[in-house]
Design a protein around this ligand. Structure first.
Ligand code: URA
Length: 465
């Protein structure tokens, strides 16, 4: 078999056979197929769309490209159910740092295999690595030990664990081939299925900051994910959620962790209520699918209790220590935050912010130093943006809109331009705009997609493939 023949087939919209898909994935994992050929195939798949069969086969081949974790077998099996959540990616999306410890505190285990920054979105692993000493590359034995001790661990793809996604994920980030339902499905589910989950909750984003902005495309992706995961034996539902503005107020690496820990400490703010509510919804579903709660609503109540009594915070800090980090950095997160450059952006006009191009905001965050231009380079843990407004807020001229943290001062002007052009304003008839008028959170959960709903969506959405 020759990679060039497979590129040609996908380019010409001919389906690949199971053997051909396995050959491609094995070549990616072992890095025996050169990057330029993988990139060309990814672009063909992005432009022409894979069939449902090809997506399913690609997902399973990627899952099997390395070792798999089996929490309930072996000499010392774990009894608790293994449940995880995964998001399709957004700006300021830090729900993992809330839902994983909440679910662990309520009796589940969460073996979370996550990714790095992708396109305009931040990566869970990059955020965690802003904690000095934190290790995201654990062996399967270390993963099992952490889960037994604390109920959760957040790790990355390694040469042993989903190596095909490790290679393809990094290539997609550099070749503008992220925005493809089939490639997103295979990337996400290969990691989740390799972790031996009993159940999975997916957070599929739609809106201006999502990879698939259009609601019909996001719905199709959700259906694809739900049906592929259920067919592979993992009970899965998707929550279609709004990504039309950054989630919470912080977008970056360290500042996102600090924001999540503030919520774990019950330090609430109108600017982070959307993050808190979405995390409770996701955790509620995890507890329901994991058999701890009768209903998702009951799950939400239990999740809230674990925030109130501090047990979720304890789990998070225990995970940090178990993975080599120093939990003491969270005693005074503001002291640890040491950006090279800080700049406050003030409103140059009065009015109401009615919409945001959240992808543009995400690129502003990445280009301040929070993301990487080239694979493997290190990123700035302190770079990022605190947004001080929500869509719908009335803003007065001169009011602080955002605080920017950069690695170098020459990065700031470009980020300011991106932020200013991302905001849509409406003139306000009020002569007294108020700095404290923060709009109430918009509904974050737009739709629940279970196996039946997924089947119905896929049956009538063949044109989106
Ligand atoms: N998250 C992933 O793990 N993979 C994608 O392709 C998109 C989001």
């Amino acid at each position: 078999m020759y990679p060039v023949d497979l590129i040609r087939k996908t380019r010409d919209r001919q389906p690949l056979t199971p053997e051909e898909i396995r050959f491609l994935v094995a070549g990616a994992a072992a890095e025996t197929i050169p990057a330029e050929q993988l990139a060309a195939w990814l672009m063909a798949a992005r432009l022409n769309a894979l069939s449902l069969d090809e997506i399913r086969l690609l997902t399973l081949a990627m899952r099997d490209s390395g070792e798999r974790f089996h929490p309930h077998s072996g000499p010392n099996p774990i009894v608790a159910r293994a449940v995880d959540k995964h998001s399709t990616g957004g700006v300021g999306d830090k729900t993992s740092f809330l839902v994983a410890p909440i679910a662990a505190a309520c009796g589940l285990i969460v073996p979370m295999i996550s990714g790095r920054a992708l396109g305009h979105t931040g990566g869970t692993l990059d955020k965690l690595e802003s904690i000095p000493g934190f290790r995201t590359a654990l062996s399967l034995d270390e993963l099992a030990t952490s889960l037994r001790a604390n109920g959760l661990a957040i790790v990355g793809q390694t040469p042993a664990l989903v190596p095909a996604d490790r290679v393809l994920y990094a290539l997609r980030d550099r070749t503008a081939t992220v925005e493809s339902p089939g490639l997103i499905c295979a990337s996400i589910l290969s990691k989740k299925l390799a972790a031996g989950l009993d159940a999975l909750v997916l957070d599929v984003k739609t809106g201006s900051g999502a990879f698939l902005r259009n609601a019909a495309e996001a719905e199709f992706l959700a259906a694809l994910l739900v049906s592929t995961a259920n067919a592979a034996g993992t009970r899965t539902v998707a929550l279609l959620t709004a990504m039309s503005q950054p989630l919470g107020s912080a977008a970056g690496n360290w500042i996102e962790l600090a924001e999540a820990v503030a919520l774990l400490r019950n330090q609430r703010s109108p600017l982070t209520e959307d993050l808190r509510l979405l995390s409770l919804h996701l955790a509620g579903w995890m507890l329901h699918l994991g058999g701890i709660a009768q209903t998702p609503e009951d799950g939400r109540t239990r999740a809230e209790r674990s925030l109130a009594d501090g047990s979720a915070l304890d789990r998070f800090l225990a995970m940090v220590a178990a993975q080599g980090g120093d939990p003491a950095v969270f005693d005074h997160p503001e002291v640890f935050h040491r950006p090279a450059v800080t700049h406050t952006l003030r409103a140059s006009r009065s009015g109401r912010i009615v919409a945001q191009d959240t992808t543009a905001l995400g690129w502003a965050v990445q280009r301040l130093g929070a993301g990487r231009e080239t694979v493997g380079v290190s990123i700035d843990p302190h770079a990022g943006i605190h947004f001080h407004y929500r869509t719908g807020d009335l803003i007065a001229v001169g009011q602080p809109l955002a605080t920017l943290y950069a690695s170098r001062s020459d990065q700031v002007p470009e980020a300011i331009t991106r932020i200013e052009s991302a905001l849509t304003w409406e003139p306000s008839d009020s002569s007294q705009p108020s700095a404290t008028a923060i709009a109430p959170p918009v509904p974050v959960v737009l739709q629940i997609i279970d196996a039946d709903r997924a089947a119905a969506i896929l049956a009538k959405a063949s044109n989106l493939r």
